[in-house]
Design a protein around this ligand. Structure first.
Ligand SMILES: [Zn+2]
Length: 309
């Protein structure tokens, strides 16, 4: 196996010396894995979690190879499992590019752990550009989020998250019957059969159709159902709408929608965005990318823009 290496493809800086410093700093973080952001609340990984990490490495490497890259193994210690009570927000995981580390909230289930480890591993294995700005190191590009405009802040992060989570959904679908996850998946299927399309008092489905895991608990006050489902629903809806339009208007060039989706995924891993950018501008007109980038941080605005294209 090749020597593990950080995921850093491109460095922008005023001199070769500064570029070398940034590469060395990134390597040091990759090896040390001791930043407070990564280790606060960390606990030992279980055997199951280690098996999940191995599977995630294998599957995300297969994606890199599919899109024309070398495999890039993530050493186990890059994944930090954080105790639930120490976890601050509603997210399930995070990747810190400058620290070259991944934090995962203790999973509610094996599939939950696998889905968040996969999502963050895809981020880790996506194309990263760091830039030296004065004494600091800044992220300039990360998968499909690339720096544009005079201040070069990364944009297109909605498509980046949506593409990452779409790949995660495909991974869960492919692997949910593996021995590691079979019990959870069988139980979930039984819940689905029992609950069917029943709804709550507010009319919401008890088991959303995209849920991949559920837990039913019986308490004094009734039955409680916890579900786990894919993240970034709005961002993914925007991406789907965009891909539908791209496919519809270029049907002669693609055999199906998935081939258009592959352009997004490939661009995210390889950092080569020219084919996708040209397709977008050719289909919807020059300036479309700029208009999309202006919706950064506003998914509703992005969906409105896509609807008008
Ligand atoms: Zn993410």
């Amino acid at each position: 196996m090749k020597e593990p290496r950080p995921s850093l493809e491109r460095v922008v800086a005023s001199s070769e010396k500064r570029k070398d410093e940034i590469r060395a700093a990134t390597l040091a973080e990759f090896l040390a894995q001791d930043a407070p952001e990564l280790v606060k609340g960390e606990r030992e990984k279980t055997e199951t979690e280690r098996a999940i990490i191995a599977l995630v490495n294998e599957e995300t490497n297969a994606l890199r190879v599919k899109y024309g890259l070398e495999p890039l193994d993530i050493p186990e210690k890059i994944f930090h499992v954080i105790k639930k009570k120490e976890w601050k927000d509603k997210s399930r995981g995070a990747y810190e590019p400058k620290l070259q580390g991944i934090i995962l909230r203790e999973g509610a289930s094996r599939l939950d752990t696998a889905a968040s480890a996969f999502h963050e591993a895809v981020h880790f294995k996506s194309y990263l550009t760091l830039e030296g700005v004065d004494g600091r190191i800044e992220e300039r590009g990360f998968g499909l989020s690339v720096g544009v405009g005079p201040n070069r802040n990364p944009r297109f992060s909605e498509f980046n998250e949506a593409t990452t989570e779409e790949l995660t959904i495909r991974f869960v679908e492919r692997r949910k019957h593996d021995p590691l996850f079979a019990d959870e998946t069988d139980r979930h299927e039984r819940h689905r059969q029992a609950l069917g399309d029943k709804t709550s008092d507010e009319g919401k489905p008890l088991l959303p159709v995209d849920a991949y895991h559920s837990r039913v608990t019986f308490k004094k006050h009734g039955v409680f159902i916890d579900v786990e489902r894919p993240a970034y629903a709005n961002e993914r809806r925007a991406l789907h709408a965009f891909i539908d339009k791209l496919y519809d208007r270029n049907r002669n060039d693609f055999k199906d929608r998935e081939e258009v989706f592959d352009l997004f995924a490939k661009g995210m891993f390889t950092g080569k965005l020219l084919v996708l950018s040209r397709l977008i501008e050719k289909t919807f007109g020059t300036g479309t990318l700029r208009r999309i980038s202006e919706q950064e941080g506003d998914v509703a605005g992005l969906e409105e823009l896509i609807a008008k294209l």
